[in-house]
Design a protein. Structure first.
Length: 271
């Protein structure tokens, strides 16, 4: 078994303040025995406007946010799934919402660019989002070996697209990590149901670190960071505010379950 942590934050428009909060929470995760810790989407910055992220975007080769997370991973001896960081894209005014993974030596071992972008109007609310105006969608599914098993990466709105997780499963994923900043209305309606569904249908653990509370732009995020096992049971959760939850990923039990309840082997692809 390997202990993992989901970190919940209330990110603001001050990068330095957010990185200080992330450092404290990552340290707490390490003290709780976590080997891998995951930060939420937009952990380093949530501006007053969606386009504000362009001002703090970094090159893929590195920058202050990436350097800080790399240093923390190395200092703490902790694998870190670094939520999302805005990375510049060549010949493109928009940025990539990049989820980066660092090993315990501080080396970047994976990058996943968020594929599904949140261009929606919230039903019953005067609340609209056009993420694609400032973010370029990614194209490739990413699965990376970690001490907790093969990790399939997804971000927030990806949760609503089960085919994304099937692709990760085909790449060998044994657990999913889903850094998020779900809106309060959609979170109340669907967050837990969708997380548990992705775990159940793929017989796969899900670790979902989230943003929670009111942010500088007036937006309210749902929170309820969660770790769900491969049978859909919620092992740990934090309903509101900033903090850390931990749980153990038990791949031995997961493999036994997949063998005894072989729904994944029964998959048929309709023509």
């Amino acid at each position: 078994m390997t202990r993992v942590a989901a970190i919940q934050m209330v990110t603001c428009a001050d990068v330095a303040r957010n990185l200080t909060a992330a450092e404290r929470l990552l340290g707490e995760a390490r003290e709780l025995g976590a080997v891998v810790a995951a930060l939420p989407e937009n952990f380093a910055f949530m501006g007053h406007d969606e386009a504000d992220k362009l001002a703090v975007a970094e090159d893929d080769a590195g920058g202050p946010i990436q350097s800080h997370v790399s240093s923390l991973a190395r200092t703490l001896g902790l694998w870190i799934v670094a939520g999302t960081i805005p990375l510049r894209v060549a010949d493109e005014p928009r940025v990539a919402a990049a989820c980066l993974v660092y090993d315990a030596a501080g080396r970047r071992v994976a990058r996943y660019d968020k594929i599904h972008l949140f261009d929606v109007a919230i039903p019953g609310r005067d609340e609209r989002y056009q993420e694609s105006a400032s973010v370029r969608p990614g194209r490739d599914a990413v699965c990376v070996p970690t001490p907790a098993g093969a990790l399939g990466l997804a971000v927030c709105y990806d949760l609503r697209f089960p085919e994304h997780f099937r692709r990760l499963l085909d790449l060998g994923a044994e657990w999913f990590c889903l850094p998020s900043a779900f809106t309060a209305p959609t979170g109340r309606a669907h967050w837990e149901t969708l997380l548990r569904a992705r775990a159940i249908e793929n017989l796969c653990h899900v670790v979902a670190p989230a943003q929670s509370g009111f942010h500088d732009n007036g937006r309210e995020t749902h929170g309820d960071s969660m770790i769900v096992d491969c049978w859909g049971r919620v092992l740990a959760r934090l309903p509101r505010g900033s903090g850390v939850v931990v749980a153990d990923i038990d791949l031995v039990r997961q493999r036994e379950l997949r063998q005894n309840f072989p729904t994944l082997d029964h998959r048929r692809r309709p023509t």
